[in-house]
Design a protein around this ligand. Structure first.
Ligand code: ATP
Ligand code: MG
Ligand code: MG
Length: 373
């Protein structure tokens, strides 16, 4: 999606990813031999060095990269690495991220360091109460890396499930909704936020995103945008950031985590906002004027298309059905293999009212591969 946005602005993109035919590589054909894509892992130092020698600015779409090499090449790439390797390093380790955000004055619920021992988990339960969330500090996504400790008898299972990754514990947050805000940060540190959205997760994976936030109290949205903007202001480097938050019954907002890149909760911006998160990411890292983040439709939602099995035809036939729904736009990612729980694409739905949106969404949910409950 970033590559598709770049193509519209005549911006050449060189992609580092495994395989010759990954999703981004399908979107942009190199315009010159020196712009050929690179086959390799974004954790391979040599491949990152090779990429850095070809580009004017280097950016990432995933935070689990080899950040030491990004620090090394930062001063050699003409327009630098954005977001900054400092920001990526801070965010990569969720415990370091939380410490940084707490020190910066962001609203964070309680958390503490734990070792992978039953005694340490017991001590965490004493301080945080039960249930609490045990989290892997690194390499976490889609909730893989989280374990809810409801009872101390689960301590050993949790250590086993989370492997030998470093851990920390978070106090349980009894939120009423999960919300998110995309924030774009220019190279000079100016920030602009997108509307607040509600994110609905299923099995820890983002399922639906609704924009704008449905709420009778408009101060909630302005507070959430302020929390998100303030958090991103404390970071370094340009680009878009996805800020995940928890909304409490009394209207309090807690920050959950920040993604230093375009984010699933911002896919809706392609159809529903004046400037998509992808275009604004490019504008930010290239010092182009930032575009308006305003909604241009009254009501929008995004539905992730997750694999239900290895059968790709389920995805194809669902997508063909979606083409019959007014206001629906299908995005398939060109992944060659389908797996249960894998993000294969998404649908953005727009409408003139929330009621019309719900009406359009219903038949899609009914036919979603794997069901919707
Ligand atoms: P992502 O795919 O968003 O990067 P992740 O693996 O980094 O996910 P988190 O965002 O930390 O994981 O947590 C996943 C989900 O678990 C959250 O969206 C929320 O539903 C729930 N969760 C996380 N932390 C807490 C908490 N402290 N209390 C209650 N629920 C939580
Ligand atoms: Mg995460
Ligand atoms: Mg998350």
């Amino acid at each position: 999606m970033l590559a598709a946005s770049a193509a519209l602005l005549n911006i050449d993109v060189v992609v580092l990813d495994v395989g010759h035919n990954g999703p981004a590589k399908q979107v942009v054909a190199p315009r010159a031999p020196q712009l050929a894509h690179i086959n390799g892992s974004f954790t391979d130092p040599e491949k990152i060095r090779e990429l850095s020698a070809k580009v004017d600015v280097l950016t990432v779409e995933i935070e689990h990269v080899e950040v030491g090499v990004l620090e090394e090449v930062e001063s050699k790439v003409p327009l630098g690495v954005h977001p900054s390797p400092f920001t990526i390093r801070t965010i990569q380790d969720k415990f370091v991220q939380k410490e940084y955000l707490r020190k910066s004055g962001c609203p964070i619920s309680d958390f503490l360091r734990v070792d992978s021992t039953v005694e340490s988990i017991r001590a965490a339960a004493d301080k945080l109460g039960l249930p609490f969330m045990l989290k892997s500090r690194t390499q976490a996504y889609d909730g893989r890396g989280n374990f809810v400790i409801r009872d101390l008898a689960q301590a050993q299972d949790a250590i086993k499930a989370l492997g030998n990754r470093p851990l920390y514990a978070e106090k349980w947050v009894p939120f009423v909704k999960e919300i998110a805000v995309m924030v774009v940060r220019s190279r000079s540190g100016e920030v602009a936020s997108y509307p607040v959205v509600e994110t609905v997760h299923k099995d820890n994976i983002c399922h639906l995103v609704f924009a704008p936030l449905r709420s009778r109290d408009p101060s909630i949205a302005s507070r959430a945008r302020e929390v998100a903007e303030n958090a991103v202001k404390t970071l370094q480097g340009a680009g878009v950031f996805g800020v995940e938050m928890f909304l409490m019954a009394d209207g309090t907002v807690y920050l959950n985590e920040i993604a230093p890149r375009p984010h699933n909760s911002g896919h809706y911006t392609i159809e529903a906002c004046e400037t998509s998160q992808y275009e604004n990411h490019l504008r930010a890292i290239l010092s182009l004027p930032l575009g308006s983040t305003a909604l241009k439709v009254p009501s929008a939602c995004m539905l992730n298309i997750l694999g239900a099995s290895s059968d790709l035809s389920e995805i194809t036939s669902f997508s063909e059905f979606a083409l019959t729904v007014s206001g629906a736009r299908v995005h398939l990612y060109g992944k060659s293999e389908c797996r249960k729980g894998r993000k294969m694409g998404h649908i953005t739905l727009v409408a003139d009212s929330d009621a019309e949106l719900s009406k359009r969404l219903r038949p899609l949910l009914e036919r979603l591969p794997g069901g919707h409950d």
